[in-house]
Design a protein around this ligand. Structure first.
Ligand SMILES: Nc1ncnc2c1ncn2[C@@H]1O[C@H](COP(=O)(O)OP(=O)(O)OP(=O)(O)O)[C@@H](O)[C@H]1O
Length: 219
C-alpha cells in the first residue's frame, strides 16, 4: 500500500503561485513534518488534502484509490489552525462524534476523564486546543492532518501531545505542521519543507538553513 499520495498540487491566489506541483506521500506508522515560512502554503496544502479548499490541479490517492476530497473518504481527519468543535458541546459529546476505535485510549487520559461533562466554552484556550488535538489524533481516520497542534500549548502539554502521537502512530499516518519546528523535528520520521511553492526533503538542520527556513548564525 502506498498510503496517502499527494501529487502535482498546484494553487494560485490572485495570480500568485502558492503551490507549484507539490508532491509527497504519507504511510501508516509514519509522521511527516511539514515546515515552511509564514505564507509558504502549509495550511492551504492541508486544506486541499482535506477538501475544504479547491486546488487548481491535484492528484490525491488513498490506498491506490483516487480521491477528490479527503473528508469524503472518511479516512482523513484534520485539525484546523482555528478551533472547530462547537463551544456548547461537552467533551463526551465530541468524543462520541469523532472517536470509536480508539475511544478508550482517550477516556484513559486523566484530563479527559476528569472533564467529560465540561463544555468546550468552559476551557482555557490551551486546554481547548489540547482536547481538540487529542480528539483528532484518536479519531477513527487512519490519516491525520494537524495544523499547528502545539502552538497554544505550554511545554508540558506539548510533550504530552507528542507522546500521544508516538503512542498511536503504529495505526496511523500523520502530516503535521507547526512553527515549533523543534517539536516537529522531534516527532517526525521525515521532514518536507515548502519553499517557493515547491517541496524539499530535509535531512538535517543544515538543509533548513540552506533553504532559508532557519537563520545562519555562522555567517
Ligand atoms: N482565501 C485566500 N485568498 C487569497 N489568498 C490566500 C487565501 N488563503 C491563503 N492565501 C494566501 O496564500 C498564502 C499561503 O497561506 P497559508 O495560510 O497556506 O500559509 P502558511 O504556510 O500556512 O502560513 P502560516 O505559517 O503563516 O500560517 C499566503 O500568502 C496567504 O495570504
Amino acid at each position: 500500500m502506498q498510503g496517502l499520495i499527494i501529487d502535482s498540487v498546484t494553487k494560485q491566489f490572485n495570480q500568485q503561485a502558492i503551490l507549484n506541483g507539490v508532491f509527497f506521500n504519507c504511510k501508516i506508522s509514519e509522521v511527516v513534518g511539514l515546515l515552511g515560512r509564514n505564507g509558504s502554503g502549509k495550511s492551504t496544502l492541508l486544506k486541499i488534502i482535506f477538501g475544504t479548499v479547491n486546488a487548481d490541479f491535484k492528484h490525491l490517492k488513498l490506498d491506490d484509490k483516487l480521491i477528490s476530497k479527503g473528508y469524503l473518504s472518511r479516512n482523513i481527519s484534520y485539525l484546523p489552525q482555528d478551533n472547530f468543535i462547537p463551544i456548547n458541546l461537552s467533551v463526551l459529546q465530541a468524543i462520541e462524534i469523532f472517536c470509536n476505535t480508539h475511544r478508550n485510549d482517550l477516556l484513559n487520559i486523566q484530563f479527559v476523564a476528569d472533564n467529560l461533562q465540561t463544555k468546550f466554552k468552559d476551557f482555557s484556550g490551551g486546554e481547548r486546543r489540547l482536547l481538540e488535538a487529542l480528539i483528532i489524533i484518536y479519531s477513527d481516520a487512519e490519516y491525520v492532518l494537524l495544523d499547528e497542534p502545539f502552538s497554544q500549548l505550554a511545554p508540558l502539554l506539548v510533550d504530552e501531545l507528542k507522546q500521544h502521537i508516538n503512542k498511536i502512530k503504529s495505526f496511523k499516518g500523520f502530516i503535521i505542521t507547526d512553527h515549533y519546528y523543534q517539536s516537529i523535528l522531534d516527532t517526525s520520521d521525515r521532514i518536507i519543507l515548502l519553499h517557493n511553492g515547491c517541496n524539499y526533503q530535509i535531512q538535517n538542520t543544515d538543509d533548513l538553513i540552506l533553504h532559508g527556513y532557519l537563520p545562519d548564525f555562522r555567517e
